[in-house]
Design a protein around this ligand. Structure first.
Ligand SMILES: NC(=O)c1ccc[n+]([C@@H]2O[C@H](COP(=O)([O-])OP(=O)(O)OC[C@H]3O[C@@H](n4cnc5c(N)ncnc54)[C@H](OP(=O)(O)O)[C@@H]3O)[C@@H](O)[C@H]2O)c1
Length: 294
């Protein structure tokens, strides 16, 4: 049984807490002191999630063995800044978010035996009050982000995510992250701007824009050393649109509810990387500007 800390009390954090609490001891790191019961709800019914809570200030330095960071892309750096000093010398740090974040400078502060991993997941859930509703079981990928993790990722995967539905392991997580980024860029901004369900993006009037967005992602990925086939990206995006046809994307919901979006970690990341490599990405630039205007 491992002691696992999970940042936040969000949808993905609670879904992971519910799964991991079957065999491990879970502590949620919340922003404020909480004396509450979190609940997990799926089609089979509801159940309480077995976990404790703690605020970061109460956690001693060098005391966290395993830390999972399932927060919004724009919250990752602050969470790492606050919590890396709390990691033990042999700790496992697991990032999990949509979009791309440049956490490289934070990961270089890890000691040589501290391991960093990425958990890329398409499970779906939303939170209302203290209940997380599990609404979909997409693919999950787990892989190492540093040299220490390369030695441990097989064991850590089997200990934590071996029984997680549709979970797979990879020694090279970056192509997986780029493919997820491409799918998010095909679906999130346009569905948010048009305020439509994912399946409605399959209308022919959106096809040209989606293809151009994917083409730019593929070009920028190639410049960073990740080779992706445009045909695979397009097929993936349309498959996800079909599988989630009745869903509203997270960005669609964020805009509808006047919440901050993760556009900077999606189209914004493509624009920033394109600028570094002196290429133009007008379609991603347009999506970035239009979403940020809302
Ligand atoms: N929900 C889904 O179905 C789904 C599916 C796949 C991927 N994802 C991705 O997974 C990531 C997390 O999504 P989510 O829906 O779970 O987001 P969320 O519901 O907003 O959960 C994030 C939680 O972390 C908390 N938090 C952030 N920084 C913190 C810190 N430093 N200390 C303590 N608490 C902190 C947030 O608190 P505040 O609310 O106070 O900021 C919030 O409770 C996102 O990148 C999302 O795109 C989500």
């Amino acid at each position: 049984m491992a002691n696992i800390h999970i940042v936040g009390e969000g949808a993905i954090g609670l879904l992971l807490a519910q799964h991991l609490s079957q065999t491990h001891h879970i502590t949620l790191i919340t922003r404020h002191k909480r004396a509450t019961t979190y609940r997990y709800q799926n089609q089979a019914g509801a159940q309480a999630i077995s976990c404790n809570t703690s605020i970061a200030n109460e956690i001693p330095e060098r005391s966290i063995d395993t830390l999972i960071v399932p927060v919004k892309a724009y919250q990752v750096i602050d969470a790492l800044t606050e919590l890396i000093p709390k990691l033990t010398a042999n700790a496992h740090l697991i990032l999990s978010h949509n979009g791309m974040v440049d956490w490289s400078s934070k990961l270089t502060t890890l000691e040589h035996a501290q391991s960093a991993y990425f958990l890329s997941t398409s499970i779906a859930g939303f939170k209302s009050a203290n209940t997380v509703h599990h609404t979909g079981q997409g693919a999950t990928w787990f892989g190492p982000l540093n040299a220490s993790a390369e030695c441990h990722y097989l064991d850590v995967f089997s200990q934590l995510f071996g029984t997680f539905e549709n979970a797979q392991i990879t020694s090279d997580i970056m192509p997986t992250l780029w493919k997820k980024l491409a799918v998010n860029i095909a679906i999130n901004p346009l569905s948010a701007l048009e305020q439509i369900e994912n399946g409605q993006l399959r209308q022919p009037k959106y096809a040209g824009l989606i293809l151009n967005l994917m083409n730019e992602v593929q070009l920028v990925a190639a410049r960073t050393g990740v080779t992706l086939a445009l045909s695979e990206l397009v097929t993936l995006a349309y498959t996800v649109m079909a599988q989630t046809a009745k869903n509203r994307s997270s960005m669609n919901q964020d805009i509808a509810n006047n919440r901050r979006t993760e556009i900077d970690a999606m189209c914004g990341y493509i624009c920033a990387m394109a600028a570094q490599h002196h290429i133009t990405v007008p379609y991603n630039q347009r999506m970035l500007e239009e979403v940020n205007k809302r």
